[in-house]
Design a binder for this molecule. Sequence first.
Ligand code: NAI
Length: 342
Amino acid sequence: MAHKVTLLPGDGIGPEVSKAVVRILEATGLKFEWEEFAVGAEAFEKYKEYVPRAAYESIERTKVALKGPVTTPIGGGFASINVMLRKKYELYANYRPIKNLPGIPTRYPGVDLVIVRENTEGEYVGIEHEVVPGVVESLKIITEKSSMRIARFAFEFARRYKRGKVHAIHKANIMKMSDGLFLRCCRDVSKQYPEITYAEHIIDNTCMQLVTNPYQYDVLVTPNLYGDIISDLCAAFVGGLGLVPSANLGEFAAMFEAVHGSAPDIAGKNIANPTALLQSAVLMLRHFKEEDAADQVQNALEFVYRKRKDRLTRDVGGTAGTSDFADAVVETMAGKLVESKT
Ligand code: NAI
């Protein structure tokens, strides 16, 4: 039976990395039915809608989306399509594993931590208005319901994957009520998981602690904004934004996407690294319980990183293009790529 997936390639480098990933997924031998839609500025030009109705209907049917990055105008223009989709389908848990790939020298080898970011509220509710000229009010919403839900997700995840520690990340010394509520929920939930060590770190200290000793962390549960910021920081531990995947999970649907954005500086040049979206697609295969195919893709990808630096993209020290890297992964899966002599 074919897996039905809503494919939103996005813009900037999105179409290039999506094409590479679809090609690799098809090479697993699994069958996919892709329902593909443009979203964002391109969709607005064609349909006068940033997310066409047909794309929403597709997600409601397939319940699984694979999404490339979408450009969001800065300081004006339309609201983030990413935030819109996460809120509409209550994709409340943004799960971001940070793990080194073989063959990429980094300052800290062997990092293995997971960011669990609340994905539906905080500063991202987008409720802002000008009170009087020169004064803008922006609301940050934290609810008990969402904080309990994300805390339970983090602890359940830690229990299932035998991770020993959960840190709640906050700024409750200043935002005593909002982050205070988030923290109280994490504390309450932690009591039901006595086998898991629970700790709390203030976000600014977390940044310092992360760059000093990332090994002290295991699972970090965060409100929306702090999770967004430390995800990019942590991406640097493992070789950059071209590598880090994510899953947006809710009760009703799941959306898999890279942590990175549309990278306009390198778009259209066939040099973007598709690894982040590919590793997101591996999470999607695991969501489908296609463990063999997931392992097949992950092993092939790691073989290319370990043995064929010449087939890697430039951001990780290679010279290959996006499509050449995808070819190398497909050749590895077919048993046709041999170790480089150099
Ligand atoms: P960005 O993540 O697009 O780029 C930051 C830096 O990382 C750039 O130098 C870029 O070339 C590099 N980079 C990113 N992905 C890469 C890849 N796959 N391979 C090689 N290098 C890569 O962040 P930026 O520039 O802040 O945002 C650009 C646009 O993307 C903005 O409109 C932003 O709103 C949007 N964005 C969308 C996201 C999404 O759709 N989920 C997430 C983050 C940002």
